[in-house]
Design a protein around this ligand. Structure first.
Ligand code: FEO
Length: 172
């Protein structure tokens, strides 16, 4: 059974994941309008993944005797400046999510709730992965600079990354 404190913290995380999904959906739409198809597919995929992170938490909270709450979400912005700014924002956003997961893990230790602690290890590993992907992409963007040809290739590469990540998330 979840404590009230942990239940509230997990519900806050449900909101964080749902808002992440909305932010990445807004990024996908912006990139699509800019003609960056690869970047758009990548962001649509990220948005779907965040929704899965959210659903996994909803089911866990309910299974453990809590009540997962579906709350109102902040509306994300519609414009992201340059695609570099957008990926920087994605990276910063993931750092914020990692901090939030770490705080949750901290509460599970305080409350000696080892079942929830164990459940959250999946999120800890996922955050390492997501931060690493965002950092790799930012490094690539810094290499390209303002080169238009480089941007074209980057957009194609990132589409490939999306296909590979979708395949590894849905093993046959
Ligand atoms: Fe669910 Fe990207 O954090």
């Amino acid at each position: 059974m979840l404590s009230d404190k942990l239940s509230a913290a997990l519900n806050k995380q449900i909101q964080v994941e749902a808002e992440s999904s909305q932010v990445y959906l807004a990024m996908a739409s912006w990139a699509e309008v800019q003609g960056l198809e690869g970047v758009a597919s990548f962001m649509y995929e990220q948005s779907d993944e965040e929704r899965q992170h959210m659903l996994k938490l909803v089911k866990f909270v309910n299974e453990r005797g809590g009540h997962a709450i579906v709350s109102t979400l902040k509306s994300p912005k519609a414009e992201f400046g340059t695609f570099r700014d957008m990926f920087q924002e994605l990276y910063n956003h993931e750092i914020m999510v990692s901090k939030s997961i770490n705080e949750l893990v901290h509460i599970t230790l305080e409350e000696k709730d080892y079942a929830t602690h164990n459940f959250l290890q999946w999120y800890v590993a996922e955050q390492i992965e997501e931060e690493a992907v965002a950092r790799t992409i930012l490094d690539k963007i810094n290499l390209i600079g303002n080169d238009k040809g480089g941007l074209y290739l980057f957009d194609r590469d990132i589409q490939q990354l999306t296909v590979e990540s979708a395949a590894s998330n849905n093993p046959q």
